[in-house]
Design a binder for this molecule. Structure first.
Ligand SMILES: Cc1cc2nc3c(=O)[nH]c(=O)nc-3n(C[C@H](O)[C@H](O)[C@H](O)COP(=O)(O)O)c2cc1C
Length: 434
């Protein structure tokens, strides 16, 4: 698919306005759904399209919607997850700021499919401009009769409210987000029950990522078969946004079908590694997924191919590191983030992330001991899969994979009594020697 879907208007600042969107076929998919389809047919089409969630886990969207109980007399809710806090990820922000109506049209279609009349967009607090764009877009869509009461004369009502978070990574996790939306501290919930059955306000709730929902107008404009034909195989379909940051010549946001080759993305589209340097490591899916070595990057960026080599597509935020990067320092930086963002509810995550920070900072400062390597690995393994939500896994997976794939570099720090790559570091971590 040469044709771009998300980025087709990237050079046109008008793209966020409803006039521009409607002139280019916007809200036609929503109209066709409202006028000609039942909720079950909409779910069936989305299942047929193969659309999988773009928020990280890759769960099939149509299947998630089908878990919402039809016989429940409680209201149904849809939450569009616009928290986008994963380090290395900046794809939803583009959609929010530049294609807000694509997102609203998707929210409307998904809401119809689950019989929801009140949808929320949970947006991270730092996206001040994005929240303003969304508020304006909702007002525009209501004024045109695309949202609000008696939409397009069909009797269907849908209100979409923008809810601003306060800047916590944990509020991107769907059950932490639900708690936060209810006005409470963002502490993830034990599952089951899953949100589709008991979600926000004790009611059935679907949480979907911005990019997942923004794919829906394409599915209903061009057909599920067209969508299913984009991508490498039936389980990995549709267009995909890829975020590339770090030491490439042209970092930025790219769009290709799902299954873009990572090597090609780095060396052709992003212009390769900056001059005079070589690739050392890539984290392919946002900071929470296992790292890859240079010899592993000839891989299709899709859910199953990355899983097959022990990593994940995650949020498709590729973080590229060249030979000037100290991997001990990089992992320390990541673990400081997870330690800071841990909600503190589960002991392995609350204590383990801080413990990893202490071990890593003493290795980086030249005070590490050889047995620290196994200790670090052990701490990470005792966090992984032992917490209520996957923030613990997100902290553990990079640590386990960095040790597994770059153990030499960690050991070199210990042997040389400091960082062999960056001599002038001064890391300030309290209690680093404890
Ligand atoms: C710590 C943590 C942070 C997360 N942050 C986000 C986020 O910012 N945006 C998002 O869409 N999903 C995030 N997720 C995934 C959500 O829990 C959920 O799986 C996703 O919103 C479902 O949408 P999808 O099925 O459309 O992918 C996060 C998960 C975890 C564990």
């Amino acid at each position: 698919m040469e044709e771009k879907y998300f980025l087709k208007n990237k050079d046109n600042p008008e793209s966020k306005n409803i006039d521009f969107y409607v002139k280019n076929g916007g809200y036609k998919a929503w109209e066709s759904v409202l006028e000609g389809k039942s909720p079950d047919e909409v779910i069936g089409e989305v299942k047929k399209s193969g659309l999988r969630g773009r928020g990280g886990a890759g769960f099939p969207a149509g299947m998630k919607w089908s878990f919402v109980p039809k016989d429940s007399d409680r209201p149904k809710y849809l939450i569009c997850n616009a928290d986008e806090s994963e380090p290395g990820t900046f794809k939803d922000r583009y959609i929010i700021e530049r294609e807000p109506h694509m997102m609203l049209e998707g929210i409307a279609i998904a809401s119809f499919a689950i019989n929801c009349h009140q949808a929320y967009i949970y947006i991270r607090g730092e996206f001040v401009y994005g929240a303003k764009v969304l508020d304006e877009a909702i007002a525009e869509a209501e004024a045109r009769g695309c949202l609000g009461k008696n939409i397009m004369g069909t009797g269907y009502d849908l209100d979409i409210a923008v809810h601003r978070g306060a800047g916590a990574y944990i509020c991107g996790e769907e059950t932490g987000q639900i708690e936060s939306l209810e006005g409470k501290r963002g502490w993830p919930r034990l599952k089951p029950p899953f949100p589709a059955v008991v979600g926000v306000f004790n009611s059935p709730t679907v949480v979907n990522n911005v990019e997942t929902l923004a794919n829906l107008p394409l599915i209903f404009n061009r057909g599920a078969d067209y969508f299913a034909g984009i991508g490498p195989n039936a389980k990995n379909t549709g267009p995909k946004l890829y975020c590339v940051s770090g030491h490439v010549k042209r970092p930025g946001l790219y769009e290709f079908p799902l299954g873009k080759n990572l090597n090609e993305l780095i060396y052709e589209d992003c212009g390769g590694i900056r001059d005079g340097h070589e690739l050392k490591a890539v984290i392919p899916g946002g900071s929470s997924v296992p790292v890859l070595r240079p010899e592993e990057i000839d891989v299709s960026m899709d859910y199953d191919s990355l899983a097959a080599i022990g990593s994940m597509l995650g949020s498709a935020g590729a973080i590229v590191m060249d030979d000037t990067t100290c991997l001990v320092d990089s992992l320390l930086n990541l673990e400081q983030f997870y330690a800071h963002e841990s909600c503190g509810q589960c002991t392995p995550c609350r204590e383990g992330t801080m413990w990893m920070v202490k071990i890593l900072s003493r290795i980086e400062k030249g005070q590490g001991r050889m047995e620290d390597m196994d200790l670090l690995d052990d701490v990470a393994k005792n966090i992984n899969f032992r917490t209520i939500c996957p923030l613990g896994d997100a902290a553990a997976m990079p640590a386990m994979s960095f040790i597994d794939k770059f153990r030499d570099e960690f050991e070199e720090h210990i042997k040389q009594g400091g960082c062999p790559i960056q001599k002038d570091k001064s890391i300030k971590v309290p209690n680093a020697d404890a």
